[in-house]
Design a protein around this ligand. Structure first.
Ligand SMILES: [Zn+2]
Length: 236
């Protein structure tokens, strides 16, 4: 009986260690020098362990500067925004291009900028060529940093959005090289290749972002995709 007890205690300890290790990587608490994973590489499509590699950027501005580089992304570091009432930002950048497309954002977290660059370079651009016959020239968004709560869901009323820490972006649509515009509001529910493209890029975003919400989620998202790198995990 005592042996069974001891085995159970050991199993429980192992489980606790595994959960703690997972949480440390999930929260970006493991510095790159202690990580068993190689640093994130923006030129590598669909690399393994992309989530902990992205999370490692969260608290490491030098690593962020080393990784957010041309030609994959054009970004400059911006001063931190002091935290007050759950709003603020650290280790964020001003973004001008990502994955070969123009994307202007005054402030976005390093982690979200890197995730955008991977998604655009390795998923959005190839899917645009395959489905629409040309590349994306620019990405339209409805906002990144905003000191506000989650909207559109009574369950999360009073809880700060990931936008309040510049850790989120709302993508409204894409402009192709020939000037054609593909919008979430206009094309999501249509039957053409534009809708196929939007649904494919929405699904692929779940490789890089932890929370991906679109028009199927609720009416607040009828005109955009919400992407964030917060602690939750959902893709719909
Ligand atoms: Zn959003």
């Amino acid at each position: 009986m005592r042996r069974v007890f001891r085995t159970l205690a050991r199993l429980l300890l192992l489980l606790l260690l595994a959960v703690s290790a997972f949480a440390a990587f999930w929260l970006g608490l493991v510095p790159q020098r202690l990580s068993p994973f190689s640093p994130l590489a923006l030129d590598q499509p669909h690399q393994w362990f992309v989530d902990p590699k992205l999370a490692a950027l969260r608290r490491d501005p030098p690593l962020c500067q080393a990784i957010l580089r041309g030609p994959h992304v054009e970004a400059v570091a911006v001063a931190d925004l002091a935290f007050e009432n759950g709003c603020g930002a650290r280790n964020s950048v001003r973004l001008s291009t990502a994955g070969g497309a123009r994307l202007s954002a005054d402030r976005v977290s390093c982690e979200v900028a890197a995730a955008l660059a991977l998604w655009l370079a390795h998923d959005v651009q190839p899917l645009a060529v395959e489905i629409l016959g040309q590349r994306v020239q620019s990405v339209g968004h409805l906002g990144t940093y905003a000191c506000r709560n989650i909207i559109g869901n009574a369950l999360w009323k009073g809880v700060r959005s990931q936008h309040a820490t510049a850790n989120a972006i709302d993508i409204g649509g894409f402009t192709l090289v020939d000037g054609r515009q593909i919008g979430v509001l206009r094309h999501w529910a249509s039957n053409g290749p534009e809708a196929r493209f939007l649904r494919a890029v929405h699904a692929r975003a779940c490789r890089y972002f932890r929370v991906v919400l679109g028009p199927e989620h609720n009416v607040s998202h009828k005109d955009h995709f919400h992407f964030d790198r917060g602690p939750l995990w959902t893709c719909r």
